[in-house]
Design a protein around this ligand. Structure first.
Ligand code: ATR
Length: 272
């Protein structure tokens, strides 16, 4: 019987997940369908259970339901637990398992696709929200020399750093970034969604090899434009992260890892 999967979010019409997973299924010869469900703000848990009870095998979860998905699960991975959020569920043996592949997807995109291994690098991450929570464990495991989180609300960043408690994890106010140099600068704030620039100056890019924007499909965001103007040799948006997190979920569900490059190439919109 054909196995069923779906993404659920609100709004969901813009989702690329059915396209990505459809391509993965085709190239790996997996017998599955992958659809999309518009989530209900007061009926999310019932929708997930309903999908499972009708034979669903797994789901991807997108905004604003990642926290609820994490909470309704019976068992959770360590990285989902730190993120307090889940972007992928698996239904197996009558249980709901929660994972979070956002961070590992971002890491894979940076290290493999963009050929920038984190080991020994000075890394600056802007933002301390859900996206950063999801990324910290895989990032620290990759061995950067230092990972600095900058956030407007400094207490939020401090709380997160305390939870993780790692000697190479630091917190900085935006105004204290002056004079510090980074090899990699990642914008994990939601500023680009409203066309804003986090409060950084061009100086953070002095030594940068790569500037990475988590948002995707927004073209040259103010962050990427600043990086480009500063002469950063490589800039990237989050399309690769999107495809890599999907590949992680696909492998978790199906036990086979699809190639990501052709799918990334298909979805990439030039940054201009
Ligand atoms: P996500 O799940 O995408 O991380 P979130 O949890 O709502 O979203 O977090 C949004 C992040 O973007 C926060 O770190 C927020 O900073 P504050 O905690 O200081 O509010 C950050 N953010 C949003 N708009 C921003 C802006 N214009 N400049 C800088 N940071 C911004």
């Amino acid at each position: 019987m054909t196995d069923r999967y779906s993404v659920i979010g609100r709004p969901i019409s813009h989702t690329k997940s059915p396209l990505i997973h459809g391509l993965f299924a085709e190239v790996t010869d997996q017998d599955l369908t992958y659809g999309s469900i518009e989530g209900s703000l007061d009926g999310f848990a019932a929708q997930v259970r309903g999908f499972r009870d009708e034979g669903g095998r797994g789901m991807n979860i997108t905004a604003p339901f990642k926290l609820q998905a994490f909470e309704l699960a019976d068992a959770r991975s360590e990285r989902a637990s730190l993120a307090k959020a889940s972007n992928a569920l698996k239904f197996e043996n009558g249980k709901i398992y929660a994972e979070n592949f956002d961070g590992i997807g971002l890491l894979r995109d940076i290290e493999h696709n963009l050929q920038t291994p984190l080991a020994g690098l000075q890394v600056l991450v802007l933002g301390a929200g859900g996206a950063v929570r999801g990324a910290l464990l895989p990032f620290l495991a990759a061995g950067p020399a230092r990972l600095v989180i900058a956030n407007r609300d400094l207490n939020k960043a401090r709380t997160l750093a305390k939870e993780v408690n790692h000697e190479r994890l630091w917190v900085s106010a935006y105004e204290d970034l002056a004079g510090q140099h980074f090899d990699l600068v990642i914008n994990a704030t939601s500023a680009s969604l409203t066309g804003e620039l986090p409060p950084i100056g061009v100086a953070v890019f002095t030594q940068a090899l790569l500037a990475y924007e988590l948002a995707y499909g927004k073209g040259l965001t103010p962050f990427l434009r600043l990086a480009q103007d500063a002469g950063v040799p490589r800039i990237a948006d989050g399309v690769g992260m999107l495809v890599e997190q999907a590949a992680e979920a696909f492998e978790w569900w199906r036990g086979v890892r699809p190639q990501t490059r052709p799918v990334i190439d298909r979805l990439t919109v030039p940054l201009e």
